[in-house]
Design a protein around this ligand. Structure first.
Ligand code: AMP
Ligand code: MG
Length: 414
């Protein structure tokens, strides 16, 4: 008899996974390796930035009070007493009607409280004239205007992207305290599977899910431990899964979670005594996606169907792995777009369609059955159509997920 499964919503599935995740802990790594990792501690300013008042322009540093009477009819003359570029500090304290020629980024000399841009002056030898008054503080990049000592700039859980690397470098951090990376095992199951290099044989297909998920993990900066694809034999599967759980924080399998005669993952979960969080999600493709917890470890049982597998990883595995690292923005970025063509097939379940999004319009990326590989290859987004009894028309406003982005959202919007 076929086992009866209760479908839950995608949101509920995500919530059940969230309730089960634990933090992995942290480690120190060199700044050069920090890109793509998750900050384990808040990033606080270790000093004021800038750390001195400086010139934002190429020009002359003056005392504003000396320019008070300046006008087109009454140009005021200044004597240039020093000349500094960025990185140099003038030892001169400027006096009445004196100026220091100063370049962008150089520290303001003592006594100066305004900067006149080169373009605002008429130069003659070692002096220049002005035709307008300057306020005290005009054209100065003030100490601490960007960041103040002790201020929290980024919370723990922020992705270290190139801008974050700049921040760490600004504060002289050669090391960063980041979340430990999860050890993720990857096991494709199915007697029909051949390794990538193998010639086709009757009835067999090449394992595309394994390399695909390895790339999805790589996209989020997580390496994987790839196990050799396993045939549908319970004893062997059980042994491989047991072994993997001994060395991984989480094991992603593909295939074998449905209710067919050779779908053996449910029996594996049972033998392990794993807690099945769900085994049916109200979504297409991938309704058989199963997630189980064995002690502290996750078992992600993704469908073998390539589209379902791709989507299952982005919807469930990626947020869970990010959450294990304490990340803030764990969900795919989300937007609305105009559906570019009719989508007639109604379905009671929420549908995720591999699609091409151009910033305005979204269209299915071609052949779109759950076993499609072509559309995964062509697409750059997932079009999301709510479950219901009607189809959709070109021009309808629809939801789009953008899983390819470097950083996602802290909200689950569907
Ligand atoms: P399953 O989830 O095991 O019922 O498999 C569903 C479909 O996906 C079947 O047509 C499988 O042959 C196919 N499939 C399973 N695993 C893979 C894989 N690793 N790569 C490509 N296709 C697969
Ligand atoms: Mg199978």
């Amino acid at each position: 008899m076929v086992e009866l499964r209760n479908p839950i919503s995608v949101s509920e599935a995500i919530a059940r996974i969230a309730a089960e995740t634990r933090l992995l802990g942290s480690e120190q790594i060199p700044l050069g390796e920090a890109y793509g990792r998750i900050l384990a501690q808040p990033l606080k300013a270790l000093h004021d930035v800038p750390s001195f008042d400086r010139s934002p322009y190429d020009g002359f540093a003056i005392r504003a009070e000396d320019s008070a009477e300046a006008s087109g009819m009454n140009r005021i003359a200044f004597k240039v007493v020093d000349h500094i570029g960025a990185g140099s500090v003038s030892s001169i304290r400027i006096g009445a009607n004196e100026a220091v020629r100063i370049m962008t980024g150089a520290q303001l000399p003592e006594g100066a409280d305004a900067v006149v841009m080169l373009e605002q002056t008429q130069e003659a030898g070692s002096s220049f004239t002005l035709r307008k008054p300057f306020r005290s503080g005009e054209n100065i990049s003030f100490r601490g205007e960007d960041m103040r000592l002790g201020e929290e700039i980024l919370p723990a859980g922020s992705l270290i992207h190139p801008g974050t690397v700049a921040l760490l470098a600004t504060f002289g951090c050669n090391q960063a305290e980041v979340a430990r990376l999860p050890v993720v095992g990857l096991l494709a199951t199915g007697t029909e599977l051949l390794e990538t290099g193998a010639p086709l044989e009757p009835g067999k297909i090449r394992n595309s899910n394994g390399p695909m998920i390895a790339a999805q993990l790589k996209r989020m900066g997580v390496p994987c431990r790839m196990y050799a694809a396993a045939a549908d034999r319970l004893e062997d599967l059980l042994e491989t899964v047991r072994g993997a759980l001994g060395e991984c924080d989480c094991l992603i399998t593909t295939g074998g979670v449905s209710v067919g005669d050779f779908d053996l993952l449910p029996a594996v979960y049972e033998s392990l005594g794993a807690k099945v969080l769900f085994n049916k999600v109200a979504m297409r493709p991938g309704s058989v996606t199963t997630v189980a917890a064995a002690g502290k470890q996750f078992l992600f049982g993704l469908s073998g169907n390539p589209s379902a597998c791709y989507t299952g990883f982005e919807l469930f595995a990626r947020p869970a792995l990010l959450r294990m690292m304490g990340a803030q923005r764990i969900y795919p970025l989300h937007t609305r777009a105009v559906l570019g063509e009719d989508f007639a097939k109604p379905n009671p379940f929420m549908r995720f369609v591999r699609a091409v999004y151009d910033g305005q319009t979204v269209r299915p990326a071609g052949f779109n059955k759950s076993n499609a590989v072509s559309s995964i290859g062509r697409g750059n987004a997932l079009l999301v159509l709510p479950g219901g009894t009607r189809g959709f028309k070109a021009g309808d406003s629809v939801d789009v997920l953008l899983p390819g982005m470097e950083e996602g959202s802290d909200l689950w919007m569907l």
